[in-house]
Design a protein around this ligand. Structure first.
Ligand code: NAD
Ligand code: TYD
Length: 349
């Protein structure tokens, strides 16, 4: 089986690519990634020489490129992670989100439709999406697969749009598709613009920790490797046309999470308790800031037997250890040095 995985140099994609490459030596995995600021081949150093793995640098918003890759390689399946993924960037510059998340997904669907015409029954288009398409919850309740879409940021609107396109291809063209909508991920290799690595990086550098508004917004956090394991299960056993919500059943108010991170960092860095907390700075709230996300993941648990594997404290400690041991990775991604890694890699080949 030849699988096109998009966005595999990013945070979640790199964990999923590693899992597929190592677990399924009989599959050929093609990782198509534009290497935007969020894509970093250093994330995949350990598998770059594997015989069943190929990296392709390219942009999914380029329809000609995407369709020529289907002709050249004859992909049997797509697992589509590539996206612009940061809400704050979508507020300051929404155009790129439309290009990558909507047009890019459309290009992949169209290329697959053309390539698989008349023999799509054993193919699969697996689209990775987010719980943010469901909008914002009040103090109670959970997002289920039946929750009506109500996206409220340019990011979530672009992801919602891509989900609708994927479902339209299932109903209209009978393309085998599956979609997952996951809650906030955390773990190694996350770009330090997202809350958890940003807090760790700022503590490391002794910089202020910006907490939006009063820090009362709530997110449901899942360890990234649990998302990768869920993607393996859904890819192999998910029902075509179905959606599965994935979540950590692990809700945290931002300020409580930031305080916990401060405590763990003080402990790990051997600083007196209360040191890092002093860096917390309440800043202007995010525009249209969704109040609360919480996922009901009973469907994937009941139908596919998936469960989050790690308790949050354990996952968080593993994450903190990884960032402390990989200060060079953090420095590279924040300075842009990782882009030299790509250039060096390609000069060698
Ligand atoms: P990320 O920003 O870390 O990585 C995105 C990757 O996509 C990068 O490697 C980037 O280079 C690549 N990319 C971006 N634009 C591209 C383009 N036009 N063509 C080709 N490649 C391109 O994102 P992530 O956090 O790993 O998220 C991966 C997927 O999971 C996204 O679809 C996102 O919506 C979804 N998701 C993320 C979370 C989360 O908490 N991070 C939660 C639920 C769902
Ligand atoms: P983020 O990691 O950007 O994920 P998302 O917005 O997709 O949920 O943010 C998580 C939460 O943390 C969100 O409520 C916004 C908040 N936040 C801050 O308070 N300060 C920050 O610097 C960032 C990046 C996020």
């Amino acid at each position: 089986m030849k699988i096109l995985m998009t966005g595999g140099a990013g945070f979640i994609g790199s964990h999923a690519v590693r899992l597929f490459v190592n677990k399924y030596p009989e599959y050929r995995i093609y990782n198509l990634d534009a290497l935007t600021y969020a894509g970093n081949l250093e994330n995949l150093r350990d598998i770059e020489g594997k015989p069943n793995y190929t990296f392709i640098k390219g942009d999914i918003s380029d329809a000609t490129l995407v369709s020529s890759l289907f002709s050249e390689h004859g992909f049997d399946a797509v697992i589509h992670f590539a996206a612009e993924s940061h809400v704050d960037r979508s507020i300051s510059g929404p155009a790129r989100f439309v290009m990558t998340n909507i047009l890019g997904t459309f290009n992949l669907l169209e290329a697959a439709r053309q390539a698989w015409a008349g023999h799509s029954a054993d193919k699969l288009f697996y689209h990775i999406s987010t719980d943010e398409v469901y909008g914002s919850l009040g103090a109670s309740g959970f997002f289920t697969e039946q929750t009506p879409y109500d996206p409220r940021s340019p990011y979530s609107a672009s992801k919602a749009s891509s989900d609708h396109l994927v479902r339209a291809y299932y109903h209209t063209y009978e393309m085998p598709v599956v979609i997952t909508n996951c809650s906030n991920n955390y773990g190694p290799n996350q770009f330090p613009e997202k809350l958890i690595p940003l807090v760790l990086q700022n503590i490391r550098l002794g910089k202020d920790i910006p907490v939006y508004g009063k820090g009362e917004n709530v997110r449901d956090w899942l360890y990234v490797e649990d998302h990768a394991v869920a993607s393996d299960l859904v890819f192999h056993n998910g029902n075509h046309g179905a959606t599965y919500n994935i979540g950590g059943n692990n809700e945290w108010k931002n300020i409580d999470l930031v305080m916990l991170l401060c405590r763990v960092m003080d402990e790990k860095l051997g600083k007196p308790a209360g040191t890092s907390e002093k860096l917390i700075a309440f800043v202007k709230d995010r525009a249209g800031h969704d109040k609360r996300y919480a996922i009901d993941s009973s469907r994937i648990q009941d139908e596919l037997g998936w469960q989050p594997s790690l308790q949050f404290e354990e996952g968080l400690r593993k994450t903190v250890d990884w960032y402390l041991e990989n200060g060079e990775w953090l420095d590279h991604v924040t300075s842009g040095d990782y882009q030299h890694y790509y250039e060096n890699q390609y000069r060698k080949r």
